[in-house]
Design a protein around this ligand. Structure first.
Ligand SMILES: Nc1ncnc2c1ncn2[C@@H]1O[C@H](COP(=O)(O)OP(=O)(O)OP(=O)(O)O)[C@@H](O)[C@H]1O
Ligand SMILES: [Mg+2]
Length: 442
């Protein structure tokens, strides 16, 4: 299948060819025609399989071909959970839309309101926003959402969980009822799906793989270790190949800072990205990591969703996430666009229960391999009653989550953890990566 057969305009096809996309990924092949036909969509596809272009291309096409050029009000609104993801989607839209006249801007916190107000005053077709700052603009009447024809929630299940739901409900009241609504994510818990149905019009469900599954391009490994020795084991792992770009997830902001101090003192080039950092520091950490100026980025779950780091070979969970779905997103930063990747988790006895949850969600065994010299004093417990870290130690997100109903659905997965092929990403890594632009400017 080629992009030509999906009904996209020649100007978009030209940009894709220049960008090095030769064929659509499965989610793009399924979603692009459905969006062009005007359907509401609940679309699930694994991490790193091109969901951004699956909504951005048909959106650009619709905006460039259907009139209403007199309005200065935005005709499309894309919501994301983080500023970095909003900036990244903006960058993707600029690349895909370089030969058409569709304007877009980002609206997110941590940066001045002034330039955002100016951009909105000049008039834009697409607003890509995080909910908090968007509501600030709505309150100050610097943004009018009454002309929105298309509403897109990227990382939709996150946008619908308890942390964002109140903001989302307010935004929904300000956009027209008659609109197209598109939801994209790699994971959809059943309760979230039910909630989503309430504000969509007979949506089409598109799922190009079994729900909540993790990309087969990633192999998983667990190193059991005592909590007190995790830092040293991390250093040991990172030192094996100090030039390798490694994304390390920490459950808390404070923990991330402490790790960075430790790693820098040990001679590695590390930077932290989390919600207590200034937007400047966040943007710099990500761009330094993307450019290779720092080799280790220690992140909280702020970097778990959607962020696309070219050819990232490894994700390390210094702490396991308290919500199993977050594991899928975290480790999905590697194994993207047809490349293989490694997900390594350092797991202490008190996190055994979280590992149990993850294995249950993935329906997959994960190899547990102790590292010589770092063997834990007690083995991990892998049963439902296994211990979990006490809440309050940074698992704040869990309390914000919508209650989950029933078990997450998932196809039976083969056991073992070896990579199982490259089937998920039709386009593979054939695209000319040299065409790509430098790291995102926020
Ligand atoms: N048709 C294609 N051919 C080649 N590469 C592609 C194609 N579509 C997307 N890509 C590349 O694949 C990578 C992942 O795309 P994208 O960020 O849209 O994934 P995603 O499905 O949104 O993942 P996540 O669930 O993590 O947000 C990007 O680097 C993108 O440029
Ligand atoms: Mg994405």
């Amino acid at each position: 299948m080629s992009f030509d057969s999906l009904g996209l305009a020649p100007a978009l096809l030209r940009a894709l060819a220049e960008y090095g996309y030769t064929q659509p990924t499965p989610i793009q092949a399924a979603a692009i025609p459905a969006v062009l036909e005007g359907h509401d969509l609940l679309a699930a596809a694994q991490t790193g399989t091109g969901k951004t272009a699956a909504f951005a291309l048909p959106l650009l096409q619709k905006l460039s071909t259907s009139g209403q050029t007199m309005t200065r009000r935005p005709r499309a609104l894309i919501l994301t959970p983080t500023r970095e993801l909003a900036a990244q989607i903006h960058e993707n839209m600029r690349d895909y839309g370089k030969h058409i006249h569709v304007s877009a801007t980002t609206i997110f916190g941590g940066v001045g309101m002034g330039p955002q107000i100016n951009a909105l005053r000049r008039g834009v077709d697409v607003v890509i926003a995080t909910p908090g700052r968007l509501i600030d603009h709505m309150q100050q009447r610097t943004l009018d959402l009454s002309a929105v024809e298309t509403l897109i929630l990227d990382e939709a299940d996150r946008m619908l969980d308890m942390g964002f739901l109140p903001a989302l409900k307010r935004i929904l009241q300000s956009v027209p009822k008659r609109r197209q609504t598109l939801l994209f994510s790699a994971t959809f818990a059943p309760a979230i799906k039910t909630l989503a149905m309430e504000f969509m019009h007979s949506p089409k469900e598109i799922s190009v793989s079994a729900p909540n599954t993790v990309t087969t391009l990633v192999s998983h490994q667990v190193h059991p270790v005592d909590a007190s020795r995790k830092r040293d084991l991390l250093l040991h792992v990172l030192s094996q190949d100090s030039r390798r770009q490694s994304l390390v997830f920490s459950r808390t902001k404070h923990g991330a800072d402490k790790l960075v101090t430790f790693l820098n003192a040990s001679g590695l080039r590390a930077a932290a990205i989390h919600g207590n950092k200034s937007q400047n520091a966040r943007t710099r950490a990500l761009s330094d990591f993307k450019s290779g100026r720092v080799t280790v980025m220690v992140a909280t779950d702020i970097a778990a969703r959607g962020i696309d780091i070219e050819q990232l070979p490894i994700v390390i969970n210094f702490d396991l996430p308290s919500v199993a779905e977050d594991y899928v997103h975290r480790i999905g930063r590697t194994g993207r666009a047809g490349m293989e990747g490694l997900a390594l988790s350092l797991v202490s006895h008190d996190e055994s229960g979280l590992l149990f949850d993850i294995r249950k969600l993935l329906k997959q065994d994960i190899a547990i391999t102790p590292v010589a010299g770092y063997e834990p004093s007690a083995p991990l417990r892998l049963d439902a009653g296994a211990p979990r870290p006490k809440q309050g130690g940074g698992g704040q997100r869990q309390q914000q989550r919508a209650p989950r109903q029933g078990k997450p659905a998932g196809a039976a997965r083969p056991s073992g953890y070896a990579p199982q092929g490259r089937g998920e990403h039709a386009a593979g890594n054939q695209r000319r990566r040299s065409n790509r632009r430098p790291a995102a400017k926020a």
